[in-house]
Design a protein around this ligand. Sequence first.
Ligand SMILES: Nc1ncnc2c1ncn2[C@@H]1O[C@H](COP(=O)(O)OP(=O)(O)OP(=O)(O)O)[C@@H](O)[C@H]1O
Ligand SMILES: [Mg+2]
Length: 280
Amino acid sequence: MSILRCENIHKSYSLGRTELHVLRGIDLTIPRGQFVSIIGNSGSGKSTLLHVLSGLDVPQRGQVHFENQPLFEPEAIRKIPRGRNCDAGEPFSRRWQEKSPDLSGRSAQDVARRPGPRSPSIGNTQTLEPRRNQLLNEAFGFVFQFYHLLPEFDVLENVLLPAMVGHSMAGWLAQRAKIEHRARALLQRVGLQDRLDHRPNELSGGERQRVAIARALMNEPRVLFADEPTGNLDARTGREIFDLLKDLNGAGQTIVIVTHDRDLAAETDVVVQLVDGRVK
Ligand SMILES: Nc1ncnc2c1ncn2[C@@H]1O[C@H](COP(=O)(O)OP(=O)(O)OP(=O)(O)O)[C@@H](O)[C@H]1O
Ligand SMILES: [Mg+2]
């Protein structure tokens, strides 16, 4: 059975008088438990497709079905102004800053007010349809190419964040021990049990990517999306991260990645090649 299916996805950007057609009728079916890689030249629309599949971005035409239910309300597709970038909310790091309860005496809102590295802005989550918002929090995990960890939170806190979203303060306090146990187990799984209290700037690139993967797994996502998870890493570290993803997939995790690395892509179950906005 397919877990994710998209039909006739069109996405374009207005550039003054011209229109840049990035996705031109993409049809794709992703069966549960598969490891799928999306490849293509730079600018071919790989990230755009990943964002649409994961509900981070809205197409102008077409629909994505997750577990046989439409991901986007038809009104959301019609309403999206042509050329506007992702409306689906800034990357999770920013959303967590806004929604997370107090951590070790430091409020997430407080952190959000401080100047610091910002994730690229994708928009405002408050406008999201309820189902898509819920899926983004609960069913999908996303690993961004540049990690998007919160610089003022340590490794354990960064991984805890997705679980905090959606909990009231009372609920969070009641569940904290159990959730923290899971976060520690995930960090052990990615080999970072000795780095729990490091801040992101005290980690190597590969370690940051591992934190990002642990964070994406925190809510037991039904699909894990990763945009060039090995793109910024040396070959050996990239291989380690890829092997970690393969292990996760071996345990049943559905994974969709974007990669430039054809050798790695060849090891996945399905390779989707984008050429001129279409699947080749
Ligand atoms: N907000 C935007 N406004 C206008 N054009 C955009 C916008 N976002 C992306 N594009 C354009 O859409 C095209 C596809 O972008 P996308 O990021 O999906 O490419 P990609 O295949 O992921 O490339 P890369 O391998 O370099 O990451 C590019 O030509 C890009 O310039
Ligand atoms: Mg890209």
